[in-house]
Design a protein around this ligand. Structure first.
Ligand SMILES: Cc1cc2nc3c(=O)[nH]c(=O)nc-3n(C[C@H](O)[C@H](O)[C@H](O)COP(=O)(O)OP(=O)(O)OC[C@H]3O[C@@H](n4cnc5c(N)ncnc54)[C@H](O)[C@@H]3O)c2cc1C
Length: 555
């Protein structure tokens, strides 16, 4: 293929490639393997179905990413590294920290930065932003990198590794102030020492305050309380001009709104003031197992609408003894009767089982919102329901299935789809159809499929896309690519986009820590009628467009 043909074919896949750059790559010896891989992928447009086209585009984008990485590595260290200002924090320009910063939890995309800054404080962050702006260098804040599509990566630029800013600066009865690189574990550890809790807790606490607020941050209680974005007193943000701005509902309210759920593209959150409330003394957990989605969905839906419990989530897994008896977010077994488990294993109702967890607060300010979950009324399989109690902190520090799965099966690529599906008849029918089609091992690599309900009216962030239905559910197909090859990843990514198309057709939206396509078309579609406002906000808060990755590359 000629250079022009390559560029044209890349553009057809939605990728923005420059012909001068590609011709330089083509003549660079250390890029030859990746150039050949890309050209082979471009020539191998196998089939004309929409799924085949999606798969082709995904495969080409993975090869293009690999070529950009190889190209970056072939280049001498950029000159600007010598001009970096003095920081109180640490700057790393080679070795393992750079390799780590090139990856994320998804292990699908890989982009090597030129340097990593571990800032000591917000002034370091501000100095880095000012420097990058003056030099025209792309930068990206990075929390725990638990997103799965390169949202915090940047080719050849500066990564600001916020994990070096983890201090609890203030702990009061009503609130705490933390640096934004702190994980929610740090917030919970601090809050529970005085019997308090933040209102919304993510299912895994090793995600950063800044990263979760930049994505959304939902929890098991989001069906009545919204997201972490909705429970904030104040933020400190470094804008794209390097200004350190304090914002809240009353002060710089437009920036306070803009930075929520927007992937660090309008500013870097350096500090958050989070409200605290008395923690429940204990929680009572009910776990029920279902052989079919419809029965599980009815109980999930009823408890969401009636608000007849405090925390709800569910997950689907391969029909197996361990899926049925294992406590959710745990490795411990429930002592169900063997005969009850065997009956479900022998049932002829497809390859999936569905576990629902309903949790009631005992003690604390929300006790008395409703009675305890009526276990007898659940439509689960006979005998396959259990309840027990634990304290709030132990509950919050449980480990979710994706992390457990990583520990046991090793770190595989996770080309994920996360979406908000309307909780209405169309949404239920869509889930039904998808579960009839998907096989847990063959299509999902035995990664978990998660459900969390959300009340859309509770979510206020302007750029956070949600269905118009009053209730929707987070639906996460947390796939695992085995073998961990580009072809397999592309196949799963293509199926994700096909499912996403069906979800959009019934008014659903995407939750974006997953593995989205890296194209302008995707981001425009995602933001829809908000696109112009988004671009205007970007011009305002990051006038020189230095915050890269996600929609930052396209606005
Ligand atoms: C096991 C697991 C459990 C999860 N559980 C939940 C859950 O319960 N609820 C939920 O909502 N999501 C969850 N997620 C999804 C998601 O990864 C998180 O929403 C969040 O993005 C992770 O925070 P992080 O620190 O890893 O952020 P990263 O993935 O590092 O970054 C996310 C985005 O925010 C930007 N960013 C990072 N720090 C800052 C900052 N200080 N200021 C501005 N921008 C910043 C990055 O550039 C990137 O665009 C989970 C993911 C995994 C793998």
């Amino acid at each position: 293929m000629s250079n022009e043909q390559v560029i044209e074919a890349l553009n057809q896949c939605g990728l923005d490639a420059d012909s001068g750059l590609f011709s330089r790559m083509r003549t660079t010896v250390s890029c030859h393997g990746e150039v050949e891989g890309l050209i082979a992928a471009l020539q191998n447009a196998d089939g004309t179905s929409s799924l085949a086209r999606l798969q082709h585009a995904a495969l080409v984008s993975l090869h293009w990413d690999a070529l950009l990485s190889a190209w970056g590595k072939s280049q001498p260290a950029p000159d600007w590294l010598k001009r970096l200002p003095a920081f109180d924090g640490e700057v790393l320009t080679d070795g393992a920290p750079l390799d780590i910063a090139a990856w994320d939890y998804g292990k699908v995309r890989h982009r090597s930065p030129a340097a990593v800054l571990r800032p000591a404080h917000a002034q370091d962050v501000a100095a880095a932003v000012k420097f990058c702006r003056a030099e025209g260098i792309g930068l990206s804040p990075r929390g725990f990198a638990h997103s799965a599509g390169g949202q915090m990566q940047i080719h050849g630029g500066l990564i600001i590794d916020m994990k070096s800013m983890q201090r609890v600066l203030e702990l009061e009865e009503t609130h705490c102030v933390v640096e934004a690189g702190a994980g929610w574990d740090v917030v919970l550890e601090a809050a529970t020492t005085i019997g308090k809790t933040p209102p919304i807790v993510t299912d895994w606490l090793k995600v950063s305050v800044g990263g979760a607020l930049s994505m959304g941050g939902f929890g098991f209680m989001s069906f009545w309380r919204g997201t972490q974005m909705d429970h904030l007193l104040e933020l400190e943000v470094v804008t794209g001009e390097g200004e350190l701005v304090t914002c809240s509902r009353e002060r710089n309210a437009d920036l306070f709104d803009a930075v929520k759920g927007t992937h660090g593209k309008f500013g870097i959150i350096t500090r958050a003031k989070i409200p605290l409330e008395p923690a429940p003394e204990r929680v009572r957990l009910v776990q029920a197992c279902y052989g079919n989605l419809r029965a599980m969905y009815r109980d999930f839906d009823r408890h969401t609408r009636d608000q007849s419990t405090d925390l709800i989530h569910a997950f689907a897994a391969e029909r197996s003894r361990s899926s049925i008896v294992t406590r959710m977010n745990s490795t411990e077994a429930i002592a169900f009767e063997e005969a009850d488990v065997d009956r479900l294993l022998a049932a002829d109702s497809g390859p999936w089982v569905f576990n629902l967890e309903l949790v009631d607060f005992i003690g604390g300010p929300h006790q008395g919102r409703h009675g305890l979950v009526d276990v007898e009324a659940l439509e689960c399989e006979p005998g396959l329901v259990a309840s027990w109690e634990m304290d709030w902190k132990s509950f919050c520090f449980r480990v979710p299935p994706l992390v457990l799965e990583e520990q046991f099966k090793g770190a595989a690529p996770h080309p994920e789809l996360c979406a908000w599906v309307p909780m209405n008849e169309e949404g239920r029918a869509l889930l039904d159809a998808e579960f009839s089609r998907l096989h847990p091992a063959e299509d999902v690599g035995n990664g978990p499929v998660l459900f969390f309900p959300l009340n859309t009216a509770q979510v206020g962030a302007s750029f956070f896309r949600l269905p118009s239905a009053e209730h929707c559910l987070f639906w996460g197909i947390l796939r695992r690519a085995d073998p961990p090859e580009k072809e397999r990843i592309a196949q799963l990514m293509a199926d994700n986009e096909a499912v996403y198309g069906r979800i959009r057709s019934i008014g659903g939206e995407r939750y974006l820590p997953d593995t989205p396509p890296d194209t302008a078309a995707f981001w425009r579609t995602h933001f829809g009628e908000k696109w112009d406002a988004l671009c205007a906000a970007r011009k305002r808060w990051d006038p020189d467009g230095i915050f890269g990755s996600s929609f930052g590359n396209f606005t």
